[in-house]
Design a protein around this ligand. Structure first.
Ligand code: GYE
Length: 300
């Protein structure tokens, strides 16, 4: 969803507002696409955006949000690094009457009390689709490596859960589960070590995002294995480079996870400003991409 499709919505309520956006980090193409989407939509609607990048540090993110409260912003958009660590500052915002919109990851807490609403993908669904594709491709047999995202990020926890629940009655066996911070370079080096120790045993690598899948792919090729034949690599996000790899058969699949939060987030803020009812959770719909429908033009 690159553009707001709902022409009927009264976005004029946004004009003149000051909105904080606390980004957990801005170190990947996915996060940059998300930041730009929010910045562009703010600009289009005459919103002053107060932006802060926490650089992957939950304590910095809490203090960034505290600064936004002190500056008197009207609303706060937060992309939480981890599910714990922001609760007290978000409650402070709520107590000040500042609406809090969580985007792309959740926090431990309740809508209405700890934050206003949450907008994100269904991470369990995404991982289930990937797992089903893996079961189909392997006939439910083989050894799986999982490269995990940031520990404590709901997108990592729930993707792990969705994948493991789906394979639990098969002969797919998870031989290694290791975090690699959702980052390409880190995943490459983690994968190098795994391949060195037990490369011949690895049949499938499930990565919690495409950046890690692309890092793993580099390590797999460098170690002399053929991705798509010796080892099946899967990711999530729908990065153009990953869609290209799926199309060429180097990756088995990826599930989309849209970074384009600007339109839906500001539509939600406009509704809140107009005192309209807003759901506690807005789920963004995703698609599974395999060799039959992967198209790099659909990525970011
Ligand atoms: O998949 C990943 C990013 O929380 C949905 O975080 C987000 C995830 C996304 O760093 O690439």
């Amino acid at each position: 969803v690159k553009q707001a499709e709902n022409g009927e919505l009264d976005m004029s309520a946004l004009s003149g507002l000051t909105v904080g956006f606390s980004q957990c980090d801005n170190a990947s193409a996915w996060r940059i696409a998300e930041t730009e989407s929010i910045q562009e939509t703010a600009k289009e609607n005459d919103v002053t955006l107060v932006y802060a990048d926490a650089g992957g540090d939950i304590a910095k993110q809490a203090s960034d949000i505290g600064d936004m409260i002190a500056q008197g912003v009207d609303y706060i958009i937060a992309a939480p690094q981890e599910e714990d660590g922001l609760q007290s500052v978000l409650q402070e915002a709520m107590a000040e009457g500042i609406g809090v919109i969580l985007v792309d990851r959740g926090v431990n807490g309740e809508a209405g009390t700890d934050y206003t609403t949450a907008i994100m993908s269904d991470f369990i669904w995404e991982a289930e689709q990937v797992a089903k594709k893996v079961i189909e491709a392997t006939e439910g047999k083989g050894n799986v490596v999982i490269l995990q995202g940031t520990p404590g990020a709901t997108s990592a926890t729930e993707r792990n859960e969705g994948f493991l629940n789906t394979i639990k009655d098969t002969d797919l066996k998870v031989i290694v589960e290791q975090p690699a911070g959702f980052l390409m370079a880190e995943a490459q080096s983690v994968m190098e070590n795994i391949l060195q120790a037990q490369g011949d045993e690895v049949d499938v690598v499930f990565c919690h995002n495409d950046d890690m899948a692309l890092g793993a792919l580099t390590a797999i090729k460098a170690a002399g294995y053929k991705p798509g034949e010796d080892i099946l690599v899967c990711g999530i996000d729908g990065a153009s480079a990953a869609l290209e790899a799926v199309k060429s058969g180097e990756m088995l699949c990826t599930a989309s996870c849209s970074p384009y939060f600007g339109p839906i987030t500001f539509e939600t803020i406009a509704k809140l400003k107009n005192n309209e009812q807003v759901d506690e959770k807005l789920i963004i719909e995703d698609t599974l991409f395999d060799i039959d429908n992967a198209d790099p033009a659909l990525g970011y």
